[in-house]
Design a protein around this ligand. Structure first.
Ligand code: CTP
Ligand code: MG
Length: 428
C-alpha cells in the first residue's frame, strides 16, 4: 500500500480510525441510515472504508453503527478492513464516545471520521495522522471559505435574525473529517463532557471544539473538496458526478483541473419509466387483508389477486423495470420464478430494485399515486414512504386521491396505482 502513497510515511504511533455511521440520514430522505445509501452500486460506508484501506495510517478501524442495524454490520464483516463494530448513541458525540470505548490496547492516536464524508481521499487520513505523529495533539483538515460569512442575532421566530457581524474571511476555514487526536487527551475530553448538561453538550458540534474548550491547541492540514459531507440529495448528485469523473479513485488533494474534469465526466442522462396496476377489491364473501404501499390496513377489505394485491408496490416495480428497459412484472416474477408467487409488495420492490441495479442503473426516485376510495391514506403516508424507500434503497413517495365517485375507483370496487421512476446509468 505504501507504494501507492509515496508521499505519506506510515506514522510510528499506533493509530485507530473511528468511523461514525450511526446517524439516521433524515435530511437525505432515503428512509434508511445514511451510511447504507447506495452511490454507484456501493454504500456510503463501503466508500469510506475503501478509502481508509488505501491510506497507510490505520492500524485498527472501528465503525459505529445505528442501534438495531444488521445490514451495515454485515457489510463491515465482508469488507477487506474487517473493522470492529460498536453500537452508537442518539447524538454524534455519544457515537464518538461509543467508538472510543472500543479502542484496542496501545492506541496512541485516533482519527474520528464521518461516514457521511465517504469520498475523503486516503491522503487526508495520512496527512492528519502524520501531523499527529509529528507531535500535534489535535489536527483537523480544513478548506478556505468561499462565501462571506455573517453572524446573526438569535432566531426567536418572531422576525428574521439581523446581522451582528462579519468575521474576516481570511481567518475562516470550513472543517472536515477525519479529525485526529492524541488518543488519551480525546478520551479525557469526552469523559469530562459526559457530565455536561444538554444545552452545553449540544454546543459541541465537532471533536476539535471539545479540545478547544479544554484549552488544547488545534492544528490544521489542507482538506479536500472531495471530502464533502453528504447531507442532502444534491450532495449525493455531486458525489455521483465526482465518481463519474474518476477523480476520487487514487485521489489527489489538489483541486481537480476543471477542463480535464469536464472532458472526463460522462453526460448524466436519466431515464424515466411508467407503471400502472389495477386491482379489484375482493368480494365481501371472501374476507381479505388490505395491503397497500407496503402497509397493512386493519379492518379494510383487501384487494383480490394471487399476491397480497399491493397495487402501489407493483406499479412501482413496473415503473422501475420500464425505466431500466428490462421488461416488466411478468418478465421477472412470472411462472418461471415460483419463489415470488404470493410474495409481499415490499419483497417484490426490493428485488426489482436489485435487478435494476444489476442492469447497471442507480435509482433517482419512484413516485406513485393511487386512485381509490379506500384505504384512508393521509395519516400513514410518511410510514408508507419509509417502508417502500427502505425496500427500494431510494426515495419512494406515495400520494392518494379519489375519482369524485366516478368509475370503479369511485364506487370502491377497485383501485388503480400509477407510478413513475427515474433511473440513471452507472455503467463503467
Ligand atoms: N452520526 C452518528 N451518530 C448519531 C448522529 C450522527 O454516528 N447519533 C454520524 C452520522 O452517521 C454521520 C456523521 O455523524 O456519518 C455526521 O452526521 P450527519 O451528517 O448529521 O448524519 P445524520 O445524522 O445521519 O443525518 P441527519 O442529521 O440528516 O439525520
Ligand atoms: Mg445528524
Amino acid at each position: 500500500m505504501s507504494a501507492e502513497n509515496p508521499k505519506s510515511a506510515k506514522p510510528t504511533k499506533r493509530t485507530a480510525v473511528i468511523v461514525v455511521a450511526a446517524g439516521s440520514g433524515t435530511r437525505l430522505g432515503y428512509g434508511m441510515p445514511k451510511a447504507l445509501v447506495p452511490l454507484n452500486n456501493r454504500t456510503l460506508l463501503e466508500h469510506a472504508l475503501d478509502r481508509i484501506a488505501m491510506a497507510t495510517c490505520a492500524d485498527e478501524v472501528i465503525v459505529v453503527l445505528p442501534a438495531g442495524d444488521s445490514e451495515l454490520g454485515a457489510l463491515c464483516a465482508r469488507h477487506e478492513l474487517r473493522p470492529r463494530t460498536v453500537i452508537g448513541g442518539s447524538t454524534r458525540n455519544d457515537s464518538v464516545r461509543a467508538g472510543l470505548s472500543a479502542l484496542g490496547p496501545g492506541v496512541e492516536q485516533v482519527l474520528i471520521h464521518d461516514a457521511a464524508r465517504c469520498l475523503t481521499p486516503p491522503e487526508v487520513f495520512d496527512s492528519v495522522a502524520g501531523a499527529l505523529a509529528g507531535g500535534a495533539t489535535s489536527v483537523i483538515p480544513v478548506l478556505p471559505v468561499v462565501d462571506t460569512i455573517k453572524t446573526v442575532s438569535q432566531d426567536t421566530g418572531a422576525e428574521q435574525p439581523h446581522v451582528t457581524g462579519t468575521p474576516a474571511r481570511e481567518f475562516l476555514r470550513a472543517v472536515q473529517t477525519p479529525q485526529g487526536f492524541h488518543a488519551a487527551t480525546l478520551i479525557e475530553a469526552h469523559a469530562q463532557a459526559d457530565g455536561w448538561d444538554k444545552a452545553r453538550a449540544e454546543e459541541i458540534t465537532d471533536d476539535a471544539m471539545l479540545m478547544e474548550r479544554l484549552g488544547e491547541r488545534v492544528d490544521t492540514v489542507p482538506g479536500s473538496p472531495e471530502a464533502l459531507k453528504i447531507t442532502t440529495p444534491m450532495d449525493l448528485l455531486l458525489a455521483q458526478s465526482l465518481l463519474g469523473s474518476g477523480t476520487t479513485e487514487g485521489a489527489t488533494m489538489n483541486q481537480p483541473d476543471d477542463q480535464a474534469m469536464q472532458a472526463a465526466a460522462p453526460m448524466l442522462i436519466p431515464r424515466t419509466g411508467i407503471g400502472i396496476d389495477v386491482h379489484a377489491v375482493a368480494d365481501a364473501s371472501e374476507p381479505r387483508d388490505m395491503w397497500l404501499a407496503g402497509l397493512h390496513f386493519p379492518g379494510v377489505q383487501g384487494l383480490s389477486g394471487h399476491s397480497d394485491g399491493d397495487a402501489v408496490a407493483h406499479a412501482a416495480c413496473d415503473a422501475l423495470f420500464s425505466a431500466a428497459g428490462i421488461g416488466d412484472l411478468g418478465t421477472h416474477f412470472g411462472t418461471d420464478r415460483p419463489e415470488y408467487a404470493g410474495a409481499s409488495g415490499t419483497t417484490l420492490l426490493a428485488e426489482a430494485a436489485r435487478l435494476v441495479r444489476e442492469a447497471g442503473f442507480e435509482i433517482g426516485n419512484v413516485a406513485v399515486q393511487f386512485v381509490g376510495r379506500r384505504p384512508k391514506f393521509a395519516a400513514r403516508r410518511l410510514e408508507a414512504d419509509a417502508v417502500l424507500s427502505k425496500a427500494a434503497g431510494a426515495p419512494v413517495t406515495v400520494t392518494a386521491t379519489t375519482s369524485d365517485g366516478l368509475g370503479y375507483e369511485g364506487t370502491g370496487d377497485g383501485l388503480t396505482a400509477y407510478a413513475t421512476a427515474l433511473v440513471y446509468s452507472v455503467k463503467r
